[in-house]
Write a protein that binds this ligand. Structure first.
Ligand code: CP
Ligand code: NVA
Length: 305
């Protein structure tokens, strides 16, 4: 199949990201001015969810509507996928009826298999391993607030999960340093063939990661699909919380980011999440603007309009 997909952050080049960010700025400004821009009239986005979502679903659905297309919500349990229809068959059928597909699921190989059998471009809307749409919005948001991320230091406090692993892929493309502090037993597992030794550092002490950072980020310690490990994880991650004391170790103009949903008092104190250094609401909003640019790019290529 020849369609272009967005399955992992490393699938795109730096140049493609620079294009997407430039496009995002244009689309965001156009929406702010109330200008109609509908290049995707007649196009259908299939949104397949095997896990719950607020931001991702709303960003794709509102974004597709703004671009003039239609977004179709498919909860997997209400489709034949939920009754065991092979992913290869579902991909072939949906890929013939819809123009673009986003899939939120468990193992990465489900998204990879779907893409291998789909005529239509496929977007990874979160797997156990990666969340490239989130990092796309995160980096756009950092640049919007502080300029280039190249050469900066990002501190990640907590789990080596889908979000931090995608940040790791981004560190190589944008050339920033990612310092990840996670408890023993939760070290980052590199799942691709790339060498991250120049831009990624595994640490144990959250203070060491936060020291001098330009951006501090975290996420829940129990991701979707890991609920059976909840009790153990809550104990293991007890000291991996972003507090005001931890933020004070970062640079004075450091920002705080969180993909959301957040658990105030668990992985982040309310004073940080709701405090002056937090840019989480812009981060969430930018999911929509960046995903609009992404859909436009996957369906129309580079445009000048
Ligand atoms: N950050 C994020 O993907 O949020 P949702 O789970 O609400 O989509
Ligand atoms: N790591 C979290 C992110 C949610 C957007 C999860 O996978 O549940």
């Amino acid at each position: 199949m020849s369609a272009k997909h967005f399955l992992q952050f490393k699938d795109f080049t730096r140049d493609e990201y620079e294009y997407l960010f430039a496009r995002t700025r244009i689309l965001k400004e156009r929406l702010r001015r109330g200008e109609l821009y509908r290049p995707l009239v007649g196009k259908t986005l299939a949104m397949i969810f095997e896990k719950t979502s607020t931001r991702t679903r709303v960003a794709f659905e509102a974004g597709m509507n703004q671009l003039g297309g239609h977004a179709m919500f498919l909860a997997s349990k209400d489709t034949q996928l939920g009754r065991g229809e092979p992913i290869e068959d579902v991909a072939r059928v949906i890929g013939r009826m819809c123009d673009i597909v986003m899939l939120r699921t468990y193992e990465q190989n489900i998204v990879d298999t779907f893409a291998a059998y789909s005529n239509a471009p496929v977007i990874n809307a979160l797997t156990n391993e990666y969340h490239p749409c989130q990092t796309l919005a995160d980096i756009f948001t950092y640049i919007e607030h502080r300029g280039s991320i190249e050469g900066k230091t990002v501190a990640w406090i907590g789990d080596s999960n889908n979000i931090s692993r995608t940040w790791m892929q981004a560190s190589r493309i944008f050339n920033f340093k990612l310092k990840l502090a996670s408890p023993k037993g939760y070290d980052m597992k590199v799942l691709d063939e790339l060498d991250y030794s120049a831009t990624f550092e595994q640490l144990r002490d959250p203070r060491e990661a936060a020291e001098g950072a330009d951006l501090v980020s975290t996420d829940v310690c129990v991701s979707m699909g890991y609920e059976r490990e909840s009790l153990q994880r809550r104990v293991d991650f007890l000291h991996y919380k972003v507090t005001t004391e931890l933020m004070a170790l970062a640079k004075p103009n450091a920002v705080f980011m969180h993909c959301l949903p957040a658990h105030r008092g668990e992985e982040v104190d309310p004073e940080v999440l709701d405090g002056p250094q937090s840019i989480v609401w812009d981060e969430a909003e930018n999911r929509m603007h960046t995903q609009k640019a992404l859909m436009e790019y996957l369906l129309l290529g580079r445009v000048n309009s």
